[in-house]
Design a protein around this ligand. Structure first.
Ligand code: SF4
Ligand code: SF4
Length: 129
């Protein structure tokens, strides 16, 4: 027969009535803080095409393309992105922002290529290949 020393028995009892220290993920999702560095989003209405974000991105994860006069679209390679948010800090127009989105794993690598369209008729303005 196994005997549990008094001190340990107290600990076992204490932990059996305590709330769990972890979440039942993925069934219970956590609200991320405002400054969480998740997936980057792009607002074509603010972009002036200066490409400072492209220059400053340490992972070469951004491409900016001119699609019309003073209209630019962005492409993000999420499989290269290190979520440092340097592009957000560097953008002089606030056209880039971080989100709380972090569940970005994909089996198909091409799905990591996110195209932010200037034409908002295309879904929510964002698509993958
Ligand atoms: S830094 Fe901002 S304004 Fe300049 S190209 Fe990038 S997203 Fe557009
Ligand atoms: S978060 Fe960092 S790595 Fe990702 S696109 Fe922006 S600058 Fe590049």
């Amino acid at each position: 027969m196994i005997t549990i020393p008094g001190k340990m028995a107290k600990e076992v009892l204490r932990h059996s009535i305590m709330a769990p220290a972890t979440r039942n993920y993925p069934f219970e999702k956590m609200e991320m803080p405002d400054n969480f560095r998740g997936k980057i989003v792009f607002d074509y209405e603010k972009c002036i095409g200066c490409k400072i974000c492209v220059r400053d991105c340490p992972a070469r994860a951004i491409a900016i393309t001119k699609v019309a006069d003073k209209v630019f679209e962005a492409e993000f390679y999420l499989d290269r992105c290190i979520y440092c948010a340097q592009c957000v800090d560097s953008c002089p127009k606030g056209a880039l922002d971080t989100t709380g989105e972090f569940e970005l794993a994909q089996i198909d690598r091409t799905q990591h290529r996110i195209h932010f369209h200037a034409n908002t008729d295309v879904g929510n303005g964002e698509s993958t290949p």
